[in-house]
Ligand binder design. Sequence first.
Ligand code: GLU
Length: 293
Amino acid sequence: MTRSPAGRFAPSPSADLHIGNLRTAVLAWLFARSTGRRFLMRVEDLDYRTDSDIAARQLADLAALGLTWDGPAEYQSAHRERYDRVIDRLVSDDMVYECYCSRKDIAQAPRAPHAPQGAYPGICRDLTDAERAVRRRETGRPPALRLRTDVLTYTVTDLLHGEHTGIVDDFVVRRGDGVPAYNLAVVVDDAAAGIDQVVRGDDLLSSSPRQAYLARLLGHPEPVYAHVPLVLNTDGARLAKRDGAVTLAEIGVPRALRQIADSLGYDAGDVGGMLAEFDPEALPHRPWIYLPA
Ligand code: GLU
């Protein structure tokens, strides 16, 4: 079955969306709708299953801005077996290995001279069965599963950043607590839904080479990315609740839409009007500095 291509917004229900998240959602919607794509909503709640109120408020806020999505929002927690199937396949194809490392083990491990910062140093990659049994006994924790990768970097295409090359290390695909890792879940869900356009905050640009590499490994097409600038406070730090009135409930819908439109240089004060003015080539590449009321 061929499906029409789609874009998406994929909030984690960790807190109410702030004006920066809302602006990213508007941009994801503009990118999708201006290219005739479906627009899908996915709640990334593998970590937050207990608080569905936040997810409901996030969706209500997005709808209040005038954003529309095709079909009901999808909740990651509703289809754990989808990830487990992929992980089982990686296990049976010998493409993953058990990792017993704590954060401290990783931080303290000696690093090969040219190993990139932030890359897993490979401590558990080549353990013998006997060594693995010792690690298991010593740590007493269930292991995470890491992908056995055969590249150091990978290049993705990004509509704002051009060709972006970043680290691909042996990243975790299933955490020690059994929860599928974010990088795996995103790739599996995007492919399952026919998503070929990923628009999100540029804090995730560095994750995109890992995700695109995994997509290719699993036989899925790589999406086109657009990592849009974040919204910062006046100190240049990521906008947060403590910065003042930053959520839709605090700002109000008309004002939030006006602020988002102004930040993008649009006259329209509604998303339909912004769609008419949308020009991906003309998007600001610099962070938006937000001054809460
Ligand atoms: N759930 C992630 C977040 O809220 C976004 C994941 C993605 O867009 O790939 O930061």
